[in-house]
Every structure is written in structure tokens, then in C-alpha cells.
Write a protein that binds this ligand. Structure first.
Ligand code: GMT
Length: 378
């Protein structure tokens, strides 16, 4: 098949999933065209069947803001026309799905549109009156719609009153590359426990809760906190660590491409989000054998089993999260058992192969074809 994939190029999970789906499809012999405002962070190496198309909205004095959605729709239509794309897979409803529908219109229906809902496009920004009608249109008019968790499907139906046809296709993770746990050396001694958080530091991630959990843990055991990522709440978090006098125990790394090395050095992952449709960062931690302490919200319980791969506590309950953190950090055998369970779950239930099979089968379904075996030599 010739497939277009449209996504954001930021470090967020939707761009990660879109890029990994594209790479996996290309490895199966499909021709993949990735459209994004800039090179997605996970598209680092040369992939022989992946072509990248940068989407740029040209400025013009009349425009108050360059219309990215129109530039994206135009690029989708051009790439589909010139490369004979059959399917455009839009990752994140706003504006990828509505742009894909416009491209389909421009091509008089000669392009199928598959939309994947990732989370905040429904739960946070999607229900904002300035986007709501277009998100509804995307859910109603796409040839197929997927969501990354059952929670997100239910939330879509609850918010928009439609979406019974949505197919749940969860996110996936690949087995981690072998890494040497080098960062332990710059972080701490072997007796010191390492807690990690990775996110875009937006309010929904509640990074202050991460700091407050760590603050409680550090008074009981030697510990370090690694904060990976960047975003609006980073300054407040850094200031809090300084004001409370534990800034030397917290390392803010900023955005990192190599999260594998950080996770390989971690004993525990913290994800106290206000909402999370899935929690891809937690799944990546689990794949590295790192247990997770998270809030019991959204789709997180579909990923992390309470008392098996980690612990889920009420939203904002930093005392409970700290107590659970200490429970695992002070008991090596328990932490190892949780880490092993987490790894097994990540690499079996959320293994790449069967999940990419689901996307492949869905494309074939919208194209009205029977399932075919792809010849890798083609
Ligand atoms: O978490 C974010 O704010 C970024 C967002 C994105 O689109 O990249 O993440 C969402 O999609 C991820 C991939 O499907 C999910 O793992 C995240 O849980 C989801 N974020 C939220 O629901 C807050």
C-alpha cells in the first residue's frame, strides 16, 4: 500500500506513535509518506521506504496567522496525487483529520482517511468551542477512526455524542536497545534510588506533584529525580526545587532523544497526570523494566495493573504516591518483581507486531480489500 501519515513533530506521544507506525509499515514493504511541520524526533535514521514531506504555511501580509491547516490539506492532496497514496492516516484530530478530509474532497474521494484520536484532541482541546464542530466532523466523516484506549473511545462518545464505530487500537512499544546505564555515574552512587518523569511539562502532567512526591521520598532514602522534557511548567518546578533546597538532587535534562539511557538508569517512573488517554511514556518505562507510580485516571489502568506493574493512586494524592514509591524503592525484591511484570506486559500485550497488524488490516478494510501478505522483497 501507499500510505500517508500526518502528525505533529513535537516530542508528544502522538508524533512518536505516528512515526513508529510509519517505520513499521515501511519495514513490511509499504510505501510511507510522512507529513509534518518538521522532522519528527523518532525519524532519525534513514528509512528506505519512508519519505518525509515538510509542511510549511507561507506567510502573507493579509494573514494574521499563516493557515497551517490549509497548507497541510494542500500538501496532503499534492503528495497523494503525485505518489498515488491510497490512505491518509491522520494522527491527532486537530487539524490533521479535518485537513485529510479536505484533501479527500480535493481528490474527489480518491483517498481514504483514517483518523487516530490520541487524547487531548478529545479530552482537553477538542471540546473547546473553537474546535468542537471540526472534531465532530472528523469523527463522523473519516473512513475509519481509532482511539488509543477504551477510555478514550468512551470519552469521545460522552463528549461528542458519537463514536460507536471507533476501533480501539492501543499504542505499542519496541523492545529496548541494549544500553549501558551510564547516567548512574553522573547521577549518584548505586545505593541512591533514581526516580524519573518524562513529559511535555504541560499543566495536565502535574509536574509539581512529581516534585512533591520526590520531596517526601528524599527525606526517607537517598534519592535523585530526573526530569526529562520541557514545557510551560518547567520554570515553576525548577524554582520549587531551589526554594525547598533540594535542587542538587534534581536533574532537569530538557528534551532528550535518548530516553532509553535515562530509563535504563531509573528505579521508578512517576506519572501523576490529571488525565492521560494512554500514557505512552509509562509504557516505555515498563518496557525497560521500570515500575510506574501513576494517578488512577483515564486510560492509565488499561496499561498499568495496580499492584502488579506499579501502583495507581487517586489524582493529586502525593502522600499515597510517595508511600507507594517508598514501598518499591526500599524493597529490592519487590521492585524487581514489579519491573519484570511491567516489562513482560509491555513487550507482550503492547508488542509492536500485532498492533501494527491491526492498522494494516484497517487500511485494507477501508480500501475494500482482503488481507494480503506483504512481500518484503517488493
Ligand atoms: O500528553 C500530551 O499532552 C501529548 C499527547 C500527544 O498527542 O502527543 O499525548 C496523548 O497521546 C499519547 C499517544 O497516544 C498518549 O500516550 C497520551 O496519554 C496522550 N496524552 C493525554 O491524554 C494527556
Amino acid at each position: 500500500m501507499r500510505i500517508g501519515i500526518s502528525c505533529y513533530s513535537t516530542f508528544g506521544g502522538s508524533g512518536v506513535v505516528a512515526t513508529e507506525v510509519g517505520k513499521a509499515l515501511a519495514a513490511r514493504g509499504h510505501e510511507v509518506h510522512l507529513l509534518s511541520p518538521s522532522l519528527p524526533p523518532r525519524l532519525t535514521g534513514f528509512e528506505s521506504r519512508v519519505t518525509f514531506h515538510e509542511v510549511t504555511a507561507s506567510p502573507y501580509p493579509l494573514f494574521e496567522a499563516a493557515p497551517f491547516s490549509i497548507a497541510l490539506a494542500s500538501k496532503m492532496a499534492d503528495v497523494a496525487e503525485h505518489h498515488g497514496l491510497e490512505v491518509m492516516h491522520a494522527h491527532y484530530a486537530i487539524p490533521h483529520a479535518s485537513a485529510a478530509l479536505l484533501a479527500r474532497l480535493a481528490l474527489q474521494g480518491r483517498l481514504k482517511v483514517v483518523t487516530t484520536l490520541h487524547g487531548t484532541d478529545i479530552t482537553v482541546v477538542g471540546s473547546d468551542p473553537s474546535y468542537l464542530s471540526m472534531v465532530k466532523l472528523a469523527i463522523r466523516e473519516s473512513d475509519a477512526v481509532t482511539s488509543v484506549s477504551h477510555y478514550l473511545k468512551e470519552e469521545t462518545i460522552r463528549t461528542f455524542g458519537l463514536g460507536e464505530h471507533i476501533q480501539v487500537i492501543p499504542n505499542f512499544v519496541e523492545p529496548p536497545e541494549p544500553t549501558t546505564p551510564d547516567c548512574r555515574r553522573w547521577l549518584c552512587s548505586d545505593q541512591t534510588r533514581v526516580l524519573t518523569h518524562i513529559s511535555n511539562f504541560r499543566p495536565v502532567k502535574r509536574v509539581m506533584d512529581v516534585l512533591k512526591v520526590f520531596e517526601r521520598v528524599r527525606t526517607r532514602i537517598p534519592a535523585r529525580l530526573v526530569m526529562v522534557g520541557d514545557g510551560p511548567d518547567r520554570n515553576e518546578a525548577e524554582a520549587y526545587a531551589r526554594e525547598q533546597g533540594f535542587e542538587a538532587e534534581v536533574r532537569f535534562t530538557g528534551k532528550q532523544l535518548d530516553i532509553g539511557t535515562v530509563l535504563a538508569c531509573s528505579d521508578l517512573f512517576l506519572l501523576p497526570s490529571a488525565t492521560e488517554s494512554f500514557g505512552l511514556a509509562a509504557l516505555e518505562a515498563m518496557a525497560h523494566g521500570v515500575p510506574v507510580i501513576a494517578s488512577r485516571v483515564g486510560g492509565i489502568p488499561e496499561v498499568i495493573r495496580h499492584g502488579v506493574d506499579g501502583f495507581l493512586e487517586p489524582l493529586g494524592d502525593v502522600d499515597a504516591m510517595a508511600a507507594r514509591s517508598l514501598e518499591l524503592l526500599t524493597d529490592d525484591a519487590k521492585r524487581k518483581a514489579f519491573g519484570e511484570a511491567a516489562k513482560t506486559r509491555a513487550l507482550t500485550t503492547f508488542a509492536e507486531g500485532p498492533i501494527v497488524d491491526m492498522y494494516e488490516a484497517l487500511y485494507e478494510k477501508v480500501l475494500g480489500r482482503e488481507r494480503k501478505t506483504v512481500d518484503l522483497g517488493a
